[in-house]
Design a protein. Structure first.
Length: 195
């Protein structure tokens, strides 16, 4: 069993994620290039894992629940997702997390929007990542697979529309070859969809 994540001491939050506390910062992204073991595990999850793993709890509870659903050869994916959950817990300061690992094969969330949460962490393991833009701009930014995206939601303390960042799932239904996105979403435990 992994060690419990520490609560939110600022020194435990690595750059660039500390920047999310700035009033003028609505999105932080971290470039990542994952190893072959994680990419192979993600492909195996797409082939043999559940379409949706959605649970709420502490890191320890999430690890226990996730372990019961792991297809053979996907431990590296689970370890990476749980490490991201630890990072999210340090950033959010919440004891529990809503953990959602989902296969997306269609256009979900086509409209640019801001979530009704304090903070949301996204990582797309396979397929195209989240698209985002500033509220006052038409320039759309595409996020590469495996990058970490941290977004402020409407419930973040002091959030305002000035400088806000909107995001959406990338359209994939019109692609010439079918794509399955494997998307990890980490949220506040009371985020919508937990009912």
């Amino acid at each position: 069993m992994r060690q419990s994540c520490p609560t939110r001491p600022l020194s435990a939050i690595p750059m660039p994620f500390q920047n999310i506390d700035r009033q003028d910062c609505f999105i932080v992204q971290q470039e990542r290039h994952l190893g072959q073991d994680i990419m192979q595990a993600a492909a195996l999850w797409n082939a043999h894992g559940p379409d949706l793993f959605l649970h709420r709890g502490t890191i320890e509870i999430l690890e226990t629940e996730l372990r019961t659903f792991l297809p053979a050869g996907t431990q590296a994916l689970a370890d990476d997702a749980l490490n991201l959950a630890c990072r999210y817990q340090r950033l959010s300061g919440t004891a529990e997390i809503r953990f959602r690992l989902e296969k997306v094969r269609h256009d979900s969330c086509r409209r640019f929007h801001v979530d009704h949460v304090p903070l949301r962490l996204l990582c797309t393991y396979t397929g195209p990542g989240v698209q985002w833009k500033h509220a006052d701009s038409e320039i759309i930014h595409d996020t590469p697979a495996c990058w970490i995206t941290l977004l402020k939601g409407r419930l973040y303390p002091g959030w305002s529309t000035k400088g806000a960042v909107l995001h959406r799932s990338p359209p994939i239904s019109d692609l010439p070859v079918p794509v399955t996105r494997l998307l990890l979403t980490l949220d506040h435990p009371d985020a919508c969809g937990m009912g």
